[in-house]
Design a protein around this ligand. Structure first.
Ligand code: AVI
Length: 322
Protein backbone atom coordinates (compact mmCIF):
# COMPACT_ATOMS: atom_id res chain seq x y z
CA UNK A 1 0.00 0.00 0.00
CA UNK A 2 1.24 3.49 -0.83
CA UNK A 3 1.10 5.98 2.01
CA UNK A 4 1.66 9.69 1.77
CA UNK A 5 3.96 11.14 4.41
CA UNK A 6 2.79 14.50 5.69
CA UNK A 7 5.64 16.42 7.24
CA UNK A 8 4.97 18.83 10.07
CA UNK A 9 7.29 21.49 11.37
CA UNK A 10 9.47 21.69 8.24
CA UNK A 11 7.33 23.81 5.93
CA UNK A 12 8.55 25.56 2.83
CA UNK A 13 8.50 29.40 3.03
CA UNK A 14 5.44 29.33 0.78
CA UNK A 15 3.58 26.88 3.06
CA UNK A 16 4.51 28.94 6.15
CA UNK A 17 3.29 32.18 4.49
CA UNK A 18 0.05 30.46 3.40
CA UNK A 19 -0.55 29.25 6.94
CA UNK A 20 0.15 32.61 8.59
CA UNK A 21 -1.78 34.66 5.98
CA UNK A 22 -4.87 32.44 6.12
CA UNK A 23 -4.84 32.35 9.95
CA UNK A 24 -5.25 36.12 10.30
CA UNK A 25 -8.35 36.82 12.37
CA UNK A 26 -9.81 39.74 10.41
CA UNK A 27 -8.59 40.12 6.83
CA UNK A 28 -6.93 36.99 5.36
CA UNK A 29 -3.96 37.80 3.12
CA UNK A 30 -1.48 36.12 0.78
CA UNK A 31 1.74 37.86 -0.36
CA UNK A 32 1.45 39.01 -3.98
CA UNK A 33 4.92 37.67 -4.87
CA UNK A 34 3.37 34.17 -4.98
CA UNK A 35 1.17 35.17 -7.95
CA UNK A 36 4.21 34.66 -10.21
CA UNK A 37 4.83 30.96 -10.76
CA UNK A 38 5.23 29.83 -14.41
CA UNK A 39 1.45 29.97 -15.03
CA UNK A 40 1.03 33.28 -13.16
CA UNK A 41 3.97 34.85 -15.06
CA UNK A 42 2.50 33.93 -18.42
CA UNK A 43 -0.97 35.13 -17.36
CA UNK A 44 0.64 38.44 -16.40
CA UNK A 45 2.26 38.63 -19.85
CA UNK A 46 -1.25 38.17 -21.31
CA UNK A 47 -2.69 40.88 -19.02
CA UNK A 48 -0.10 43.27 -20.43
CA UNK A 49 -1.62 42.72 -23.92
CA UNK A 50 -5.21 43.47 -22.84
CA UNK A 51 -6.73 46.70 -24.20
CA UNK A 52 -8.05 47.54 -20.69
CA UNK A 53 -4.57 47.30 -19.06
CA UNK A 54 -2.49 50.21 -20.36
CA UNK A 55 0.39 50.05 -17.85
CA UNK A 56 2.88 47.98 -19.86
CA UNK A 57 2.22 49.75 -23.17
CA UNK A 58 2.62 53.19 -21.54
CA UNK A 59 5.89 52.10 -19.93
CA UNK A 60 7.17 50.75 -23.25
CA UNK A 61 6.09 53.87 -25.22
CA UNK A 62 7.98 56.13 -22.82
CA UNK A 63 11.11 53.97 -22.96
CA UNK A 64 10.98 53.76 -26.79
CA UNK A 65 10.50 57.54 -27.18
CA UNK A 66 13.01 58.70 -24.57
CA UNK A 67 15.68 55.96 -24.42
CA UNK A 68 18.36 58.15 -26.05
CA UNK A 69 17.69 61.09 -23.73
CA UNK A 70 17.73 58.78 -20.70
CA UNK A 71 21.08 57.28 -21.78
CA UNK A 72 22.51 60.77 -22.46
CA UNK A 73 21.82 61.72 -18.83
CA UNK A 74 23.74 58.73 -17.36
CA UNK A 75 27.32 58.71 -16.18
CA UNK A 76 29.12 56.26 -18.53
CA UNK A 77 30.41 53.56 -18.45
CA UNK A 78 27.34 52.08 -16.81
CA UNK A 79 26.07 48.57 -16.02
CA UNK A 80 22.35 47.87 -15.94
CA UNK A 81 20.51 45.90 -13.25
CA UNK A 82 16.79 45.29 -13.68
CA UNK A 83 14.59 44.42 -10.70
CA UNK A 84 11.90 42.05 -11.98
CA UNK A 85 12.70 42.03 -15.69
CA UNK A 86 9.65 39.98 -16.71
CA UNK A 87 9.95 39.08 -20.38
CA UNK A 88 12.39 41.99 -20.85
CA UNK A 89 10.57 43.31 -23.95
CA UNK A 90 10.42 46.94 -22.87
CA UNK A 91 14.06 47.00 -21.74
CA UNK A 92 15.19 46.51 -25.36
CA UNK A 93 15.03 50.29 -26.09
CA UNK A 94 17.38 51.27 -23.27
CA UNK A 95 19.81 48.44 -24.02
CA UNK A 96 19.90 49.24 -27.75
CA UNK A 97 20.53 52.93 -27.02
CA UNK A 98 23.31 52.00 -24.57
CA UNK A 99 24.79 49.33 -26.85
CA UNK A 100 25.46 52.03 -29.50
CA UNK A 101 27.69 53.88 -27.03
CA UNK A 102 29.44 51.17 -24.99
CA UNK A 103 29.69 47.45 -24.26
CA UNK A 104 27.21 46.88 -21.42
CA UNK A 105 26.56 44.18 -18.85
CA UNK A 106 22.84 43.68 -18.25
CA UNK A 107 21.78 41.86 -15.06
CA UNK A 108 18.09 40.90 -14.92
CA UNK A 109 17.09 39.94 -11.34
CA UNK A 110 14.00 37.74 -11.05
CA UNK A 111 12.44 35.32 -8.56
CA UNK A 112 10.72 33.57 -11.48
CA UNK A 113 13.08 31.30 -13.44
CA UNK A 114 10.48 31.16 -16.25
CA UNK A 115 10.54 34.97 -16.61
CA UNK A 116 14.35 35.00 -16.51
CA UNK A 117 14.56 32.44 -19.32
CA UNK A 118 12.01 34.46 -21.38
CA UNK A 119 14.06 37.63 -20.83
CA UNK A 120 17.36 35.98 -21.88
CA UNK A 121 15.68 34.72 -25.10
CA UNK A 122 14.07 38.10 -25.84
CA UNK A 123 17.18 40.27 -25.42
CA UNK A 124 20.00 37.87 -26.33
CA UNK A 125 20.38 39.35 -29.85
CA UNK A 126 21.29 42.96 -28.95
CA UNK A 127 24.78 44.03 -30.06
CA UNK A 128 27.33 44.89 -27.35
CA UNK A 129 25.10 43.64 -24.51
CA UNK A 130 26.10 40.69 -22.34
CA UNK A 131 23.35 39.23 -20.15
CA UNK A 132 23.92 37.60 -16.75
CA UNK A 133 20.64 36.71 -15.03
CA UNK A 134 20.24 36.31 -11.25
CA UNK A 135 17.42 34.15 -9.89
CA UNK A 136 17.25 36.01 -6.58
CA UNK A 137 15.17 38.37 -4.46
CA UNK A 138 15.73 41.95 -5.73
CA UNK A 139 18.10 43.23 -3.05
CA UNK A 140 20.20 40.05 -2.94
CA UNK A 141 20.62 40.25 -6.72
CA UNK A 142 21.50 43.94 -6.59
CA UNK A 143 24.18 43.29 -3.96
CA UNK A 144 25.79 40.80 -6.37
CA UNK A 145 25.69 43.34 -9.20
CA UNK A 146 27.29 45.99 -6.97
CA UNK A 147 30.04 43.50 -6.00
CA UNK A 148 30.93 43.10 -9.70
CA UNK A 149 31.35 46.85 -10.28
CA UNK A 150 34.80 47.86 -11.64
CA UNK A 151 36.35 51.21 -10.56
CA UNK A 152 34.85 54.12 -12.54
CA UNK A 153 31.69 52.24 -13.55
CA UNK A 154 28.24 53.42 -12.52
CA UNK A 155 25.03 51.41 -12.14
CA UNK A 156 21.62 52.07 -13.66
CA UNK A 157 18.85 50.22 -11.81
CA UNK A 158 15.64 49.69 -13.79
CA UNK A 159 12.49 49.26 -11.73
CA UNK A 160 9.80 49.47 -14.39
CA UNK A 161 6.16 48.54 -14.88
CA UNK A 162 5.01 50.14 -11.59
CA UNK A 163 6.06 47.12 -9.52
CA UNK A 164 6.88 49.65 -6.77
CA UNK A 165 3.08 50.16 -6.52
CA UNK A 166 2.74 46.57 -5.27
CA UNK A 167 4.56 47.53 -2.03
CA UNK A 168 2.49 48.89 0.88
CA UNK A 169 3.09 52.46 1.96
CA UNK A 170 5.62 53.21 3.52
CA UNK A 171 7.38 49.97 2.48
CA UNK A 172 7.88 51.51 -0.98
CA UNK A 173 10.09 54.24 0.56
CA UNK A 174 11.91 51.71 2.77
CA UNK A 175 12.58 49.47 -0.22
CA UNK A 176 13.96 52.33 -2.36
CA UNK A 177 16.09 53.46 0.61
CA UNK A 178 17.60 49.93 0.74
CA UNK A 179 18.30 50.11 -3.00
CA UNK A 180 19.96 53.50 -2.41
CA UNK A 181 22.24 52.07 0.31
CA UNK A 182 23.58 49.47 -2.12
CA UNK A 183 24.33 52.18 -4.72
CA UNK A 184 27.00 54.90 -4.85
CA UNK A 185 26.41 58.62 -5.24
CA UNK A 186 25.68 59.41 -8.92
CA UNK A 187 24.20 55.98 -9.70
CA UNK A 188 20.77 56.07 -11.29
CA UNK A 189 17.36 54.48 -10.79
CA UNK A 190 14.77 54.58 -13.57
CA UNK A 191 11.42 54.15 -11.84
CA UNK A 192 8.10 53.45 -13.60
CA UNK A 193 4.94 54.43 -11.68
CA UNK A 194 1.31 54.09 -12.73
CA UNK A 195 -0.61 57.28 -12.00
CA UNK A 196 -4.08 57.84 -10.55
CA UNK A 197 -6.81 57.79 -13.19
CA UNK A 198 -10.63 57.67 -13.31
CA UNK A 199 -12.19 54.81 -11.34
CA UNK A 200 -13.98 53.00 -14.23
CA UNK A 201 -10.69 52.86 -16.16
CA UNK A 202 -8.88 51.49 -13.10
CA UNK A 203 -11.50 48.84 -12.33
CA UNK A 204 -11.59 47.64 -15.97
CA UNK A 205 -7.78 47.32 -15.93
CA UNK A 206 -7.94 44.96 -12.92
CA UNK A 207 -11.21 43.15 -13.74
CA UNK A 208 -11.10 42.65 -17.51
CA UNK A 209 -14.12 41.18 -19.32
CA UNK A 210 -12.06 38.29 -20.72
CA UNK A 211 -11.30 37.12 -17.18
CA UNK A 212 -7.50 36.98 -17.56
CA UNK A 213 -6.91 38.97 -14.35
CA UNK A 214 -9.43 36.73 -12.56
CA UNK A 215 -7.45 33.66 -13.75
CA UNK A 216 -4.18 35.34 -12.65
CA UNK A 217 -5.63 35.87 -9.17
CA UNK A 218 -7.31 32.42 -8.85
CA UNK A 219 -4.08 30.72 -9.99
CA UNK A 220 -2.70 31.57 -6.54
CA UNK A 221 -5.18 29.08 -5.00
CA UNK A 222 -4.38 26.56 -7.75
CA UNK A 223 -0.68 27.03 -6.92
CA UNK A 224 -1.38 26.27 -3.24
CA UNK A 225 -3.17 23.08 -4.39
CA UNK A 226 -0.20 22.12 -6.61
CA UNK A 227 2.63 22.99 -4.23
CA UNK A 228 1.18 22.66 -0.74
CA UNK A 229 -1.30 19.85 -1.44
CA UNK A 230 -4.42 21.88 -0.57
CA UNK A 231 -7.93 21.09 -1.82
CA UNK A 232 -9.17 24.58 -2.77
CA UNK A 233 -12.21 24.32 -5.08
CA UNK A 234 -11.56 27.33 -7.34
CA UNK A 235 -15.25 27.54 -8.26
CA UNK A 236 -16.00 28.46 -4.64
CA UNK A 237 -14.01 31.72 -5.01
CA UNK A 238 -14.42 34.75 -7.25
CA UNK A 239 -12.03 37.52 -8.25
CA UNK A 240 -12.70 41.05 -7.00
CA UNK A 241 -10.97 44.35 -7.85
CA UNK A 242 -11.71 47.26 -5.48
CA UNK A 243 -10.33 50.76 -5.19
CA UNK A 244 -9.29 51.75 -1.66
CA UNK A 245 -9.60 55.55 -1.65
CA UNK A 246 -7.78 55.87 1.69
CA UNK A 247 -4.58 54.31 0.35
CA UNK A 248 -5.07 55.28 -3.33
CA UNK A 249 -4.65 51.62 -4.35
CA UNK A 250 -6.48 49.04 -6.40
CA UNK A 251 -6.78 45.85 -4.34
CA UNK A 252 -7.29 42.33 -5.68
CA UNK A 253 -9.25 39.94 -3.46
CA UNK A 254 -10.57 36.38 -3.74
CA UNK A 255 -14.10 36.22 -2.30
CA UNK A 256 -15.51 32.97 -0.88
CA UNK A 257 -18.88 32.19 -2.52
CA UNK A 258 -19.86 29.83 0.36
CA UNK A 259 -18.95 28.97 3.94
CA UNK A 260 -16.53 26.03 3.83
CA UNK A 261 -13.20 24.56 5.01
CA UNK A 262 -10.08 23.93 2.94
CA UNK A 263 -7.47 21.32 3.93
CA UNK A 264 -3.87 22.40 3.47
CA UNK A 265 -1.83 19.33 4.53
CA UNK A 266 1.54 20.73 3.41
CA UNK A 267 1.04 23.54 5.96
CA UNK A 268 -0.59 21.19 8.52
CA UNK A 269 -3.60 23.48 8.59
CA UNK A 270 -7.32 23.76 7.82
CA UNK A 271 -8.50 27.18 6.63
CA UNK A 272 -12.13 28.12 7.36
CA UNK A 273 -14.00 30.58 5.15
CA UNK A 274 -17.38 32.21 5.69
CA UNK A 275 -19.49 33.25 2.71
CA UNK A 276 -18.45 36.69 1.45
CA UNK A 277 -15.11 36.79 3.28
CA UNK A 278 -12.08 37.61 1.14
CA UNK A 279 -8.37 36.83 0.84
CA UNK A 280 -6.46 40.02 -0.04
CA UNK A 281 -3.86 39.06 -2.65
CA UNK A 282 -2.44 42.32 -4.06
CA UNK A 283 -2.40 46.11 -3.76
CA UNK A 284 -1.44 48.30 -6.68
CA UNK A 285 -0.88 51.90 -5.66
CA UNK A 286 -1.71 54.65 -8.14
CA UNK A 287 0.65 57.60 -7.62
CA UNK A 288 0.17 61.34 -7.99
CA UNK A 289 3.01 62.85 -10.04
CA UNK A 290 4.23 65.00 -7.12
CA UNK A 291 4.21 61.92 -4.84
CA UNK A 292 6.95 60.28 -6.94
CA UNK A 293 9.50 63.08 -6.38
CA UNK A 294 8.72 63.04 -2.63
CA UNK A 295 9.14 59.26 -2.51
CA UNK A 296 12.50 59.65 -4.28
CA UNK A 297 13.69 62.36 -1.89
CA UNK A 298 12.74 60.35 1.19
CA UNK A 299 14.71 57.38 -0.13
CA UNK A 300 17.91 59.38 -0.85
CA UNK A 301 17.47 60.17 -4.56
CA UNK A 302 16.88 63.37 -6.49
CA UNK A 303 14.37 63.36 -9.33
CA UNK A 304 16.51 64.40 -12.31
CA UNK A 305 13.87 64.10 -15.06
CA UNK A 306 10.37 62.78 -15.57
CA UNK A 307 8.39 61.72 -18.65
CA UNK A 308 4.60 61.21 -18.62
CA UNK A 309 2.66 59.22 -21.19
CA UNK A 310 -0.09 61.15 -22.99
CA UNK A 311 -2.36 58.12 -23.64
CA UNK A 312 -2.32 56.33 -20.26
CA UNK A 313 -1.29 58.33 -17.16
CA UNK A 314 2.06 56.74 -16.25
CA UNK A 315 5.39 58.33 -15.27
CA UNK A 316 8.97 57.30 -15.96
CA UNK A 317 11.29 59.08 -13.50
CA UNK A 318 15.08 59.19 -13.65
CA UNK A 319 16.34 59.35 -10.06
CA UNK A 320 19.97 60.03 -9.15
CA UNK A 321 21.49 58.80 -5.86
CA UNK A 322 22.68 61.74 -3.76
C1 AVI B 1 3.25 43.76 -11.68
N1 AVI B 1 2.31 44.79 -11.25
C2 AVI B 1 2.83 46.12 -11.49
C3 AVI B 1 0.94 44.63 -11.80
C4 AVI B 1 0.04 45.79 -11.33
O1 AVI B 1 -0.56 46.43 -12.19
O2 AVI B 1 -0.01 46.06 -10.13
C5 AVI B 1 0.35 43.30 -11.39
C6 AVI B 1 -1.09 43.13 -11.83
N2 AVI B 1 -2.06 42.73 -11.05
C7 AVI B 1 -3.17 42.68 -11.75
N3 AVI B 1 -2.94 43.07 -12.98
C8 AVI B 1 -1.62 43.34 -13.06
Amino acid sequence: MLTQAITTGAFTDFAADVRSGLSLPDQKELPSKYLYDAIGSSLFETISLLPEYGVTRADERLLRRHAHEIVRRLSLPVNVAELGSGSGKKTRWILEALGRRQATSYYPIEISSAALAMCERELGDIDSISIVGFEREYLDGLLEVAARREPGESILVLFLGSTIGNFDRPSDTHFLAKVRRILDEGDALLLGTDLLKPLPQLIAAYDDPLGVTAAFNLNLLARINREVGADFDLRRFEHQARFNSETGSIEMHLRARATHDVNIPGADFVASFTEGETIWTESSHKYLVEEVALLANHAGFKCEAQWIDSEWPFAESLLIAN
